[in-house]
Design a binder for this molecule. Structure first.
Ligand code: ZN
Length: 204
């Protein structure tokens, strides 16, 4: 834990000294400043609910492909999840949900943060355009994200085109960080921590 904190502080320090070297991507953790912002409807979408995540996807989504995209990297998991995944009768939909839960647990372990009552919604749009159109609908502003997180709705917004374990780890990093601190850390700091999570996904 100490070494993780040290690494984060080191990266942060580096970023302060050399802002052009460690260029945090444009901030994808969206702060809602008006109570009038509404989430787009999930009508017509399919949901799978777990204890810590609910996944929403379109009826024509290739769930098998989505699930495969979450195991590009070798994310460590506990024995319980290993057993669960070895069960051949576990549906592809449940596998998709379980893979996200495994990444979430790993993200919490990397950050050393175990927020209470964490439940994250993951919304999978068809493509990047549809997802950014949803952003524009909410905020009256164009954007070009690969994915983003809105803590106000406790929702990760992602899409079938950009769906990937690395991206999921980064966004779940934002979710864990924002759940953990009662006062959210500065956005640049949160961005570095979320990036740190992605970089350390495999190591145990
Ligand atoms: Zn981010």
């Amino acid at each position: 834990m100490k070494s993780i904190l040290f690494s984060i502080l080191f990266i942060f320090g580096l970023a302060c000294y050399f802002p052009n070297i460690v260029a945090a991507q444009s901030n994808d953790s969206i702060v809602v400043s008006s109570a009038s912002v509404e989430e787009p409807t999930t009508d017509g979408m399919i949901s799978i609910q777990g204890d810590s995540v609910t996944v929403w996807y379109l009826p024509d989504a290739n769930v098998r492909r989505l699930e495969a995209r979450l195991r590009e990297r070798d994310v460590p998991m506990n024995q319980e999840y290993r057993m669960l995944l070895s069960n051949r009768s576990l549906s592809m939909e449940d596998r998709l949900k379980v893979r996200i839960e495994i990444i979430l647990l790993r993200v919490e372990a990397i950050l050393g943060m175990d927020p209470k009552e964490l439940h994250v919604k993951v919304r999978i749009f068809k493509n990047r355009k549809d997802m950014n159109d949803a952003y524009a609908w909410m905020f009256n502003e164009q954007a070009n994200f690969k994915s983003f997180y809105i803590h106000y709705f406790k929702s990760v917004y992602t899409n079938e085109q950009d769906f990937l374990d690395s991206v999921m780890a980064h966004e779940l990093g934002h979710a864990v960080i924002d759940h953990y601190f009662s006062v959210p850390p500065p956005s640049r700091m949160a961005e570095l921590m979320a990036t740190y999570v992605d970089a350390h996904l495999e190591e145990d």
